[in-house]
Design a protein around this ligand. Structure first.
Ligand code: ADP
Ligand code: GLC
Length: 482
């Protein structure tokens, strides 16, 4: 089976969040399972840092209004991870992937429709006739639309099926209708059955309507997005397509996330020898000048500072968390208002609170290893990878019971001494603090806590099972059994 995966980001080339972890891991999984899987992504300035990327010599030109725009096709020499990069510097050689601190790039509709159209032309130029095109999020969601409307008579894509994976319904690619001509889309498609969405153009909606199957990143989120509460206005259209909507839980790359081999950790450890995890905590406290004893609970947060992630709950609860004798380390970037608010708290509680604004992979890994608890009070969470990463590192997640967090964390039962973390339901800091108190209480009972740590480390969140589910879906589509 030949698969072309078209994605706006992938590890190790460019990453803003979990999407990159997922696509980077899946492409390797698919190839090792015997599929011929190729990745297509834009050539951003970040990608330049990667070695062994070369020019294929292939050039693709698109006519956009009165302008002809050319893209060159680059490729990586990695056999386990065949990847093609679409290079068009005026679109992709910028500081950010989708925008900068001042906001999203105003030409994102043009940038990503260009990327989508060039990807299809590139498959033809490379003679990669795909059985399946696997798409990710709004940036690539026009591809099923283009295929169904502009390539329907093209024998090259006659047997091609499309699968759209929704990583986050909160980001839909919504643009002013004046952008349609830049995407090569005529006004005849701008209606409620097509790309129109409350007077605007919605790219994710196009993907939902025109793809052959839709997946999202956990079973629970697949159910949630059919409701008004989590549907972001697309629940109606998703309900219409619910027979083609599947939840497939994300995994994490067990080679990349491994406390036994992680080069960023001052001491490495495994389930057989957890002892050095304490040294990771001590060294983290020292590195960040936190005045805490190793006995005091240490809480970590790694993630985007977006309202999705429940950062406002954390900000509100900081004085209580510190009053309870815990320390808190937060790494992230995003919403300027949230950053400002957290900075103020960090100033006030220097001894127990460390805030790092920005993206810092090394520190993130030290936090996964050195913390006792990883906090994830998300308002909504399609899957979430950080709770799985933290469990691999023996750090117990404390999260709000939503989306994929429900599918990956079993609330600790103090009577049965069973579970893999702590969950709370209501979106308010009082419930979060109540859960934290439960966790702190257990943390004081060393034997019980260590047995919880061992049981979270034993969990299997590798890609094995879920990659198989994607492949089974691809087979069904190829054999027209769906
Ligand atoms: P999302 O995709 O919604 O941002 P996930 O939990 O799925 O959240 O994935 C987040 C990924 O990004 C994880 O690999 C996490 O380690 C990483 N990450 C997020 N923020 C940062 C940061 N500030 N520094 C380093 N890594 C980060
Ligand atoms: C999204 C979601 C997150 C998910 C990630 C990878 O950005 O917010 O929950 O884990 O994509 O699928």
């Amino acid at each position: 089976m030949l698969l072309c995966m078209v994605t706006p980001e992938a590890v190790p080339y460019a990453k803003t969040g979990g999407l990159a972890d997922v696509t980077g891991a899946l492409i390797k999984e698919f190839n090792s399972a015997g599929l011929k899987a190729f990745l297509f992504m834009p050539f951003y300035s970040e990608v330049i840092k990667s070695d062994n990327i070369s020019d294929t010599g292939i050039r693709i030109r698109l006519q956009i209004l009165s302008e002809t725009i050319e893209a060159s096709m680059l490729e990586s020499g990695d056999k386990d991870y065949p990847a093609y990069f679409i290079r068009c510097d005026k679109f992709f050689m910028r500081k950010g992937l989708y925008g900068e601190s001042s906001g999203d790039y105003p030409d994102n509709a043009l940038r990503f429709s260009f990327f989508s159209r060039v990807s299809l032309e590139a498959m033809k130029a490379l003679s990669l006739r795909p059985d399946i095109i696997h798409l990710h999020d709004w940036q690539t969601a026009l591809i099923p639309f283009y295929l169904k409307n502009f390539y329907s008579g093209d024998p090259f894509f006659k047997d091609t099926k499309t699968v759209l994976t929704i990583h986050n319904l909160g980001y839909q690619g919504i643009f002013h209708p004046s952008q349609l001509p830049y995407m090569g889309v005529g006004l005849e498609y701008f209606n409620p059955e097509g790309l129109e969405f409350y007077g605007k153009v919605n790219l994710l909606k196009a993907g939902i309507i025109y793809s052959d199957a839709i997946t999202t990143v956990s079973e629970n989120y697949a159910r949630e997005i059919l409701t008004e509460e989590y549907g972001f206005g697309l629940d109606g259209i998703l309900r219409k397509r619910s027979s083609r909507l599947f939840g497939i839980l994300n995994g994490i790359d067990y080679e990349l996330w491994n406390p036994e081999t992680d080069i960023y950790l001052p001491k490495r450890y495994s389930i057989k020898d957890i002892g050095p995890k304490r040294s990771c905590k001590i060294s983290l406290l020292r590195e960040l000048s936190l005045r805490l004893t190793p006995e005091q609970p240490l809480i970590g947060f790694v993630g985007r500072f977006a309202s999705q992630k429940g950062v406002d709950l954390i900000a509100e609860a900081i004085p209580d968390i510190i009053r309870l004798g815990a320390g808190l380390i937060m790494i992230g970037e995003g919403d300027r208002e949230i950053e400002k608010r957290l900075l103020k708290e960090a100033e006030a509680f220097k001894d127990s609170l460390y805030l790092k604004t920005g993206y810092d992979e090394a520190l993130a890994r030290k936090v996964y290893a050195g913390s006792d608890i990883l906090l994830m009070p998300s308002r909504y969470e399609p899957c979430g990878l950080t709770q799985m990463i933290s469990m691999r590192y023996g750090t117990v997640p404390l999260a709000r019971a939503t989306g994929g967090l429900v599918d990956t964390i079993e609330d600790y039962d103090h009577l049965k001494e069973k579970g893999s973390g702590f969950l709370f339901r209501g979106y308010n800091s009082a419930e979060m603090i109540k859960s934290l108190k439960r966790a702190f209480c257990l943390l004081r009972q060393k034997r019980r806590w260590m047995s919880l740590v061992r049981s979270v480390m034993k969990k299997d969140f590798s890609w094995k099972g879920s990659a198989g589910k994607y492949i089974a879906l691809f087979r069904k589509l190829k054999e027209a059994r769906l």
